[in-house]
Ligand binder design. Sequence first.
Ligand code: GDP
Length: 271
Amino acid sequence: ALPLLLHLYIYRKTAPTSLPAFLLIGPSGAGKTALLTLLERGNPSPTHTSQAPLSVEITLPSDTAAASNKYRSASDPTAQKNSRFLLIDTPGHGKLRHFASAQLVAPQNLKGIIYLVDAANLSSDSAGVSGSSSSGLTEAAEYLHDILLALQKRYTNTKTSKGPGETPVLIAANKMDLFTALPAPLVKAALEAEITRVRDTRAKGLLDSGIGMDEDGDREERDWLGDGGEGKFTFKQMEEVNVVVEVKGGNVVGGQGGEVGEWWEWISRQL
Ligand code: GDP
């Protein structure tokens, strides 16, 4: 059988902006380029350089029906339309991350965020004690912390009663073909624990400098991720600010040309 991803049709750049869009974010080395390369196979002139955001238009494989299409017949033209979406790639390199935050601030028809991580590079090493982000886990957690905090602020800063709509976040735990990869539930637990640590470190730094306190010397809640920034961070806490986080495993390369069915299933539910 053909690899699942080869069933996808890509049209670069020409895409109308009204299509539902997903942001692809993640630390360098997570596999974003590999994912897009797979999607772009067959394109005569791939020009992806990982230096600037790139939108690719993708049609869901026909065996992954979009949730909103469940009761439509295949001949219904809207069924075809609804399975198309944009995947906006953002460079993972630290200096270029503002591209990703700019998209977060002004999302255009944003249906969700896909945070790609290397599940085989999440073991915490003791070198991280110095506070530097030496381990893959720390880097992945710091980046994810900042994205979730940006989403939380977007929610709390919105003065209208309606607020921003729900922002679904998929943590796509990549490289499951490697035997050193953590399974999805452990990826979730490791990131939650490390984000707790990142938050505590940030809080301590800010409190020491007097920033992040209100007039009474209390912590300013809005600057801390999750439930007022106390105790253990869990992704579940993000639901209070309309951010629903799910963790699903997969692999872009290896096996039978990749195993990404759970990710497409998640995407199809958001369309
Ligand atoms: P990016 O920095 O996020 O764009 O990461 P890349 O796409 O450059 O991937 C980094 C490395 O991981 C490359 O050598 C890829 O071949 C490899 N890689 C990506 N996805 C997978 C996967 O699912 N399994 C394995 N074993 N390697 C992968």
